[in-house]
Design a protein around this ligand. Structure first.
Ligand code: VGL
Ligand code: ZN
Length: 219
C-alpha cells in the first residue's frame, strides 16, 4: 500500500493579492515544494468554477461573505474566485506544480460546489478521487494546502470517512479565519474524526528512512 500527497488549492486567488486571499497563504509553498519532491504519488487540487457559479455572491445578487439560505446548512457566498481558465485559478507561480503526478479539479458544476476533493457539497456526489486512489493501492493520504477551515478540512474529513488514513501537515496549511475560531475549530474537528497531525519535517525524515529501508524493498 502507498501514501499519496494531496495539495489542496494553492492558487493565486487564495494567496495574498488574490480575490479570496488566505492570510499568509503563500508562506506554506516552500514546505509544500519539499513535500512534492519527497512523495512520488502526489495530487494537486484546483478549485475550478464556471462563471456564475452557485458559490459566487454575485450570481445571487448578494454581498460577498453573506449566507446562501437556499442550501442546507446555509453556505458562505464568496467573491467570484478561481474561474476556470483565469489567472486567479492558476497555481501560485512559486508552487512547483510540475512535480505532481495528477492535477484534480473540483467545483466544476455550476449548481453544486465542492470544498472536498472527494465528495461534492451535497455529501454524496463523488469526484472520482477516492476511486483513483483506491485503484492505485493508496491507503493513506497526506493533506496540505489551503484553506484549513474549508477545502483542507472537507478533504481530510471525507478521506477519513471514506476509510483512508489521514495525516494533516500542520505547518503546511493556512486558513481563512473569517470568524476568529474557525481555524482552531477546523483542527479540533479533524482530530476528533481521526486525522493525525504532523510537521512537514517529521514526514520528510520518516519518508527518507522508509524509502531506504530494506523492508520497503527500495534497496
Ligand atoms: C475554498 C472557499 C471557496 C478553499 C474554495 O479552497 O478552501 N474556500 N472555495
Ligand atoms: Zn471555490
Amino acid at each position: 500500500m502507498d501514501d499519496a500527497l494531496i495539495v489542496v488549492d494553492i492558487q493565486n486567488d487564495f494567496c495574498p493579492g488574490g480575490v479570496l486571499a488566505v492570510p499568509e497563504g503563500d508562506s506554506i509553498i516552500p514546505k509544500v515544494n519539499e513535500l512534492l519532491a519527497a512523495y512520488s504519488l502526489s495530487i494537486l487540487t484546483q478549485d475550478w468554477h464556471p462563471a456564475m457559479h452557485c458559490s459566487f455572491a454575485s450570481s445571487k445578487g448578494l454581498p460577498p461573505f453573506s449566507l446562501d439560505m437556499g442550501t442546507r446548512p446555509p453556505s458562505v457566498l464568496w467573491p467570484d474566485h478561481c474561474v476556470a481558465g483565469s489567472q486567479g485559478a492558476d497555481f501560485h507561480p512559486a508552487l512547483q506544480s510540475w512535480r505532481a503526478r495528477y492535477i484534480f479539479r473540483k467545483g466544476t458544476r455550476k449548481e453544486l460546489d465542492s470544498y472536498s476533493a472527494f465528495l461534492e457539497n451535497d455529501g454524496v456526489t463523488s469526484t472520482g478521487l477516492a476511486g483513483l486512489l483506491s485503484s492505485l493501492g493508496v491507503d493513506k493520504v497526506i493533506v496540505c494546502g489551503l484553506a484549513t477551515d474549508y477545502c483542507v478540512k472537507a478533504t481530510a474529513l471525507d478521506a477519513r470517512r471514506l476509510g483512508f488514513e489521514v495525516v494533516v501537515v500542520e505547518d503546511a496549511i493556512r486558513g481563512i479565519g473569517a470568524s476568529p475560531d474557525d481555524i482552531e475549530n477546523a483542527q479540533v474537528q479533524m482530530r476528533e474524526e481521526g486525522c493525525v497531525f504532523a510537521q512537514s519535517g517529521d514526514l520528510m525524515a520518516s519518508y527518507t528512512i522508509s524509502s531506504i529501508s530494506p523492508s520497503k524493498g527500495i534497496i
